[in-house]
Design a binder for this molecule. Structure first.
Ligand SMILES: *[C@@H]1O[C@H](CO)[C@@H](O)[C@H](O)[C@H]1NC(C)=O
Ligand SMILES: *[C@@H]1O[C@H](CO)[C@@H](O)[C@H](O)[C@H]1NC(C)=O
Ligand SMILES: *[C@@H]1O[C@H](CO)[C@@H](O)[C@H](O)[C@H]1NC(C)=O
Ligand SMILES: *[C@@H]1O[C@H](CO)[C@@H](O)[C@H](O)[C@H]1NC(C)=O
Length: 313
């Protein structure tokens, strides 16, 4: 081999090596899974919609009061449609729903202070009526007789509760790496850790009840976590990011357990979802540009407006 052909081969190998490295590292997400570019402030503004949803659902369900009653001047907008007291007869569960709902008010205030968003913050129209929660199951063509009522008892309300925290945990997990500014990063991390903890508490409460029926039906809490995980995965798209409380070994931590209190990926890292994936889920339309479900008039904020303008379904 001449020196020249040797160099040539070396360069060729170098190019080949480089392209495999590039292929291995840059896996482009499918168009449906690509994030829409947003500033740190826009991401917080988007999150406020989810914080307001959680606070209103929790506080109205256990106290019969909303954010405006507890922290006047923080938010302004229409009262949620169909909010009602939930029949949560387990005191520990009820106390934590109240605590976590109140915490959301602090989170909203901290975001307003940090981003200098003008208070009162606009409040999106929410629809918290029982048929909206029942509608999630229609995604799988499952209907219950009588229709599913999330407010009926502790077990059925825990499903609404765990997702209110999960949406926030998933969204913050997605935006954390791109948050600009130290105080902003600290705020996002502080909220993300709180929501992960809150998610863990609700999943743990569900796990304690895994073998109990979700009355008035015969299926169990464990069965229902399977079903709601399928609903969330189908609506959000972009792979399996939600799992039941019991999973086949290949989905369990280190492929060694079927116990799955915390849904997480192959290395047990929490899943992340983009704004579009969250919108598809909370709208129950599977389309980030078609509002409905829990947010019949869509979200407030410029990230949502851009998603609409760019038709990023
Ligand atoms: C539900 O039913 C519709 C209409 O029959 C069908 O298009 C859709 O694929 C079904 N979805 C599931 C998850 O079975
Ligand atoms: C509920 O879970 C049990 C235990 O895994 C299973 O045998 C049963 O078929 C499930 N029922 C429904 C309705 O999914
Ligand atoms: C549903 O639960 C059963 C055990 O009860 C489990 O084997 C199965 O994999 C679960 N499915 C999902 C999607 O989590
Ligand atoms: C567990 O199984 C999955 C495939 O199901 C694999 O990708 C992963 O490497 C396995 N993890 C361990 C620790 O063996």
């Amino acid at each position: 081999m001449t020196a020249q052909s040797c160099l040539c081969l070396f360069l060729l190998l170098l190019v080949a090596f480089h392209s495999t490295v590039i292929k291995a590292n840059i896996v482009l997400p499918s168009p449906l899974c690509r994030p829409v570019l947003a500033s740190t402030k826009e991401n917080f503004q988007f999150a406020v919609n989810l914080h307001i949803y959680k606070a209103e659902l929790f506080l109205r369900s256990v106290l019969g009061r909303g954010i405006k009653d507890i922290s006047p001047g923080l938010v302004e907008g229409p009262a949620p449609i169909g909010a009602t007291l939930a029949n949560v007869d387990d005191d520990r569960t009820k106390k934590f729903i109240e605590e976590s709902g109140l915490a959301s008010i602090g989170h909203i205030r901290a975001i307003a202070d940090m981003t200098l968003l003008k208070t009162p913050l606009p409040m999106p129209q929410l629809d918290l009526s029982p048929p909206v929660f029942a509608k999630f199951f229609e995604t799988l063509n499952v209907t219950f007789e009588p229709p599913f009522n999330t407010y009926a008892n502790t077990n059925s309300f825990l499903f609404a509760a765990v997702y209110a925290s999960d949406f926030l945990k998933l969204f913050y997990a997605g935006i954390l790496p791109s948050i600009v500014g130290n105080p902003e990063r600290e705020l996002a991390a502080g909220i993300a850790l709180y929501e992960a903890a809150s998610y863990g508490v609700f999943r743990s409460l569900l796990n304690d009840r895994a073998n109990l029926p979700v009355l008035p039906y015969t299926f169990t809490v464990a069965n229902a976590t399977n079903l709601t995980a399928q609903v969330a995965n189908q609506l959000g798209g972009c792979g399996v990011k939600d799992e039941g409380l019991t999973v086949p070994l290949p989905l369990g931590a280190e492929n060694r357990t079927t116990s799955n209190v915390i849904a997480a990926d192959v290395n047990s890292l929490v899943y992340a979802r983009t704004a579009r994936e969250i919108l598809r889920t909370v709208f129950i339309t599977g389309d980030a540009t078609r509002p409905g479900g829990l947010f019949p008039h869509g979200f407030d904020g410029t990230l949502y407006e851009r998603i609409l303008a760019l038709k990023q379904s």
